[in-house]
Design a binder for this molecule. Sequence first.
Ligand SMILES: [Zn+2]
Length: 166
Amino acid sequence: MSARFVINLLDFVRDSGAHHGKIPLAELERLQDYLFDNTNELIYTIDGRLNKDNKPTLQISIKGEVNLYCQRCLDKMAHAIDLKTSLLLVENEAELCQYDEEDSIDTILATPSIDVWVLIEDEIILNLPMTPCHQEDTCKIDHLVKNSTEQLTHPFAALTALKKTH
Ligand SMILES: [Zn+2]
């Protein structure tokens, strides 16, 4: 049943590896806390190649849709995922630290075996909105507030109207 794909990153790049597949959201354990439901699937591709400086990189793309909790009304909120990331493979911690100082480069330690799904889950979590919220007008809270202010303003409006006639 497991479609998990474990690779040696350096070998994968050396062989110009390419892999694609689908991940059921239900399989991504750490993501569950963020999800309203987990029935969708995500599509991903992963390619190993050398960049223009001849350095090994991993190109990851992830597409799909997840349902998150709106942080205002706690109801379901659809969030489209369309990620493209390029990760530079580094071979030791020292190299990792060196690149960490350059913010524009995302790096990954080239461990001998890595589960691609874990890698993809990391990318998704990193790129989730910090506080997902519905757009105005689609959030239940806005409708509630609108309704309650309408109820509040009505008595006063009636009062003003009353005053005017006298
Ligand atoms: Zn909302």
